[in-house]
Design a protein around this ligand. Structure first.
Ligand SMILES: Nc1nc2c(c(=O)[nH]1)N[C@H]1C(S)=C(S)[C@@H](COP(=O)(O)OP(=O)(O)OC[C@H]3O[C@@H](n4cnc5c(=O)[nH]c(N)nc54)[C@H](O)[C@@H]3O)O[C@H]1N2
Ligand SMILES: Nc1nc2c(c(=O)[nH]1)N[C@H]1C(S)=C(S)[C@@H](COP(=O)(O)OP(=O)(O)OC[C@H]3O[C@@H](n4cnc5c(=O)[nH]c(N)nc54)[C@H](O)[C@@H]3O)O[C@H]1N2
Ligand SMILES: [Mo]
Length: 585
């Protein structure tokens, strides 16, 4: 996902994004650590909640590390360890310190399957920079207590097999890459990669990407013309090789500043298909200026979203009830869904495909729509091994691939390393990455390090905006979808979470109308005073629709009015790094 870890850190350390074990394998674990993962609210592969429930019933210990006492912590975990956003790498690195000091690391695993542990060790012990990364050092940064860090380190190192499951949110911070690389390093230090009940702590991808073969795509004639301003940032990214691209965090700057600032072009027209970028991209107020600057905005939509309101040409799109389609749940498989058309297209609506087919010949693209939409679906189903025959898939439209046993990523690499190297340049797990070293960016060190974020509590800006804002995914929405459904809003009214003490010192009571603001903008939302969030941190679920008044104050509670349109050194979308202040209205 462009929004997640654009620069795919997991692929730097272990050579692939396909590094998750299947969830049924969790029953083989002795310890499960959900690090920033809240699968009770945020779908993270189908069935995760089910397998965590079974794990809990089987007596497997589950620990949650999260700034919030989440639904997942409440439902599955025996222990909640609160942490400040953006400080996860520090806590993980201090865990490595404890393991090294106490000789708990799996040295045989490190010697056989990894490179660069010594360099990492020199950093951890402070041989490199004079700062030993002790639990006390990490406590000052992360707010997680030194005792908790030390016991978590001992528990993780000695409860083999153990699954450290990192979510994406801690990586969606100012230097979020370091979190992912540190997590993979700990999984290697504890010898938990490639074994049943363990986990590589990398990207959650599975090899069941059955819908990997799609219709043949033509060449983009504009493909290679323009140069890319972020060239060198991510030389391994697929997207960069396909042609000019702008990192998503910088898309509004690209529109506003164009070529003179080094962007690929002076953008005059924006064509939005199946997205709500005004709402979902960082810094919505800047986005508003950018959309107004454009000569033309074209939007394909089903609903009058905040982005659709700015369309010069708005094309009504039929819903999944009005057209056939294929689907996979978040993070692919093992479920696949055939979505049968149930009613004809209503009003003037058409599918995205139909519109593209009608536009193509008018743009001089002659061979675009060789087949009707449904024939392409048939082509895709027939060309992806493992899917049922087309007619039977249509009749039994929810298909679950079955496997004789749980999938364990990197099993071959661990059991037979001679014949199965990791897909990295060295063939090993790269705790030290020469490819990253070659990028020569001090904020992208070749071994995982803690790098202080902008807008951290240490930033001088924190004097004016002392609260760290996180903007999570909502249980009751799919990103911004369903924000306009009143019945859904009734289930959980949109609100800002604030700790009891932070509310008390501001004279704020539960339900009070409040303003949340920084230099980028202001939103008005009700407040939820709770002990379920760590002091100094506030949270608002992303996705609520932007609804500004004439002074530009947003009454919809759109999180991105507040977020900063910066990217992490590796290109991640830092929607969880942002300072704000909260006041009673
Ligand atoms: N219901 C639902 N499920 C979804 C989605 C949805 O919109 N709705 N969206 C899907 C999509 S597109 C994506 S990319 C994924 C996103 O998946 P994630 O990025 O993992 O999900 P979030 O809900 O943003 O965050 C999960 C948890 O991380 C915590 N957190 C936030 N910042 C930090 C931090 O710095 N450190 C730590 N340790 N924890 C932190 C939050 O409190 C939250 O409980 O979810 C997918 N699943
Ligand atoms: N602050 C903050 N911002 C975030 C995030 C966060 O955690 N915090 N998460 C980020 C993440 S991980 C993601 S993935 C993005 C998501 O960002 P977007 O993809 O821009 O957001 P969605 O709300 O999923 O928008 C999808 C739109 O497509 C429309 N739609 C649905 N089906 C169709 C169709 O068949 N055709 C067409 N043309 N339209 C259709 C829906 O009505 C909806 O308006 O948001 C990102 N933004
Ligand atoms: Mo996403």
């Amino acid at each position: 996902s462009l929004y997640t870890i654009k620069w795919t850190t997991a692929s730097m350390s272990v050579g692939t994004m396909t590094c998750g074990n299947s969830r049924d394998d969790l029953l083989k674990s002795k310890l499960i650590i959900l690090w920033g993962m809240n699968p009770a609210d945020t779908a993270m592969r189908t069935g995760t909640g089910y397998w965590l429930t079974r794990a809990k019933e089987a007596g497997i210990k589950i620990i949650c590390v999260d700034p919030r006492y989440t639904e997942a912590a409440a439902t599955f975990a025996q222990q909640w360890l609160p942490i400040r956003p953006g400080a996860d790498a520090a806590a993980l690195i201090a865990m490595a310190y404890v393991m090294i000091k106490e000789g708990l690391q799996d040295q045989r695993f490190l010697d056989t399957y990894t490179i660069g542990f010594k360099k990492f060790r020199d950093y951890v012990l402070g041989i490199e920079d004079g700062i030993p990364k002790t639990p006390a050092w990490a406590e000052a940064i992360s707010g997680m207590s030194a005792t908790a860090i030390a016991s978590l380190a001992r528990e993780y190192a000695t409860s083999k097999p153990a699954a450290l499951l990192p979510a994406w949110s801690p990586g969606r911070t100012a230097a979020g890459e370091q979190f992912h690389r540190a997590a993979i390093t700990l999984a290697a230090m504890t010898g938990n990669i490639g074994i049943s009940g363990g986990n590589s702590a990398g990207y959650e991808g599975l090899p069941y990407g059955a819908i990997s073969k799609i219709m043949p795509l033509g060449q983009n004639p504009l493909g290679q013309q323009a140069t890319h301003p972020w060239e060198g940032l991510n030389p391994y990214s697929r997207y960069d090789k396909e042609g000019p691209a702008v990192y998503v965090s910088k898309s509004f700057d690209a529109i506003l500043e164009g070529r003179q600032a080094g962007y690929p072009s002076d953008i005059k027209l924006l064509y939005v298909v199946a997205g709500n970028p005004l709402n979902q991209t960082l810094n919505t107020n800047k986005g508003l200026t950018a959309l107004k600057k454009l000569e033309t905005v074209i939007v394909h939509e089903q609903f009058m979203t905040p982005t659709a309101k700015f369309a010069d040409i708005l094309l009504p799109i039929s819903t999944h009830f009005e057209k056939p389609d294929l689907g996979t749940p978040f993070l692919t498989g093992p479920y696949f869904i055939f979505m049968n058309k149930v009613v004809p297209s209503l009003g003037e609506s058409k599918s995205d495909w139909e519109i593209a087919s009608e536009l193509a010949p008018r743009l001089g693209i002659s061979n675009f729509a060789e087949k009707p939409e449904e024939d392409w679906l048939k082509y895709i189903v027939e060309n992806n091994p493992g899917l049922p025959a087309y007619q039977s898939f249509k009749q039994n439209p929810v298909f679950k691939m079955s496997f004789p046993k749980p999938h364990v990523a990197f099993k071959e690499q661990i059991e037979d390393p001679k014949n199965h190297p990791f897909a990295t340049p060295s063939g090993k797990i790269e705790i030290y990455s020469q490819r990253i070293a070659d990028m020569n960016n001090p904020n992208l060190p070749p071994v995982p390090k803690y790098i202080e974020a902008w807008e951290s509590p240490e930033d001088s800006l924190a004097r004016r905006y002392p609260l760290q804002l996180i903007t999570t995914h909502s249980k009751f929405r799919a990103n911004s979808v369903f924000s306009n459904v009143p019945w859904v809003a009734e289930l959980e009214p949109h609100a800002l979470w604030i700790n009891k003490n932070d509310a008390l010192s501001r004279g704020i009571k539960n339900g009070d109308p409040i303003r949340v603001f920084n230099d980028r903008g202001e939103i008005r939302v009700p407040v939820r005073v709770t002990e379920r969030i760590t002091p100094g941190v506030v949270q608002i679920p992303a996705g609520a629709w932007y609804n500004p008044d004439k002074d530009g104050v947003d009454h919809g509670g759109c999180a991105n009015v507040l977020t900063r349109d910066e990217m992490s050194p590796g290109g991640a979308f830092p929607d969880n790094t942002c300072l704000v202040q909260v006041e009673k209205v």
